[in-house]
Design a protein around this ligand. Sequence first.
Ligand SMILES: NC(=O)c1ccc[n+]([C@@H]2O[C@H](COP(=O)([O-])OP(=O)(O)OC[C@H]3O[C@@H](n4cnc5c(N)ncnc54)[C@H](OP(=O)(O)O)[C@@H]3O)[C@@H](O)[C@H]2O)c1
Length: 220
Amino acid sequence: MIGSSGTIGGAFLELLQNNPSCSKVIGIHRHSEHSIDYQNPDSIESCATALSHEGPFHLIINTIGVLHSSDWMPEKRLDDLNAEQLAELMKINAIGPALTIRHFSKLLDPKNSIMVNLSAKVGSIEDNRLGGWYSYRASKAALNMLIKTASIEWARTKSNTALIAMHPGTVNSRLSKPFRGEHIGRPAKDATADMFRVIENLKKEDSGSFISYSGEKLPW
Ligand SMILES: NC(=O)c1ccc[n+]([C@@H]2O[C@H](COP(=O)([O-])OP(=O)(O)OC[C@H]3O[C@@H](n4cnc5c(N)ncnc54)[C@H](OP(=O)(O)O)[C@@H]3O)[C@@H](O)[C@H]2O)c1
């Protein structure tokens, strides 16, 4: 469970710890024993190497992501666009998760495994009707492309592993708080229970899909 210090990541960690069919679960975040900090991409490979003797893993879920920081909020208009925010969101939402797919792929059980990356419906190019949120949308669209591309390679090289982009729905969390998350979002416990139901029913043919918490396939 990568990103287990977050709201959704923490709820996933608890769900897996309470699931009798899950024999071992490891929570990873910026301050865990083996840590990942996307500000330091080398930490991704070091963490994967440190955990290599613990595997193979049947399920890896990555929930790391950012929407806003103390320095900036999502852009409302083109005039808000700036290089720093664009680069930062690409680094945390797309480059970090892609390198995590690369380095953690070696820890997955080649006989049967799933890797789920939390994306966001607002990263769908086809579904973009409202505009705004340039860097978050673009970083999640980039993440989606990286997932889709890796899934095509895995169909040849890791044919029993499904690689998925998943939308959690609007969840009451630190990330959604400035956008009335506590009013319009669901508790993370409900969202993770829904997503886990979808994960349990995934087939290897679903690899390379963008799937909502409800099981609905989303347009890229
Ligand atoms: N909440 C929603 O409504 C919603 C909707 C659509 C998609 N999502 C996606 O769901 C995922 C989880 O979001 P959430 O709502 O649970 O948000 P959250 O509570 O803010 O959790 C974000 C997680 O990302 C980690 N993180 C941020 N920057 C990092 C970095 N540089 N290196 C390593 N870890 C870093 C945080 O670690 P720290 O604890 O160390 O800060 C935390 O574990 C995100 O990918 C988000 O885009 C959420």
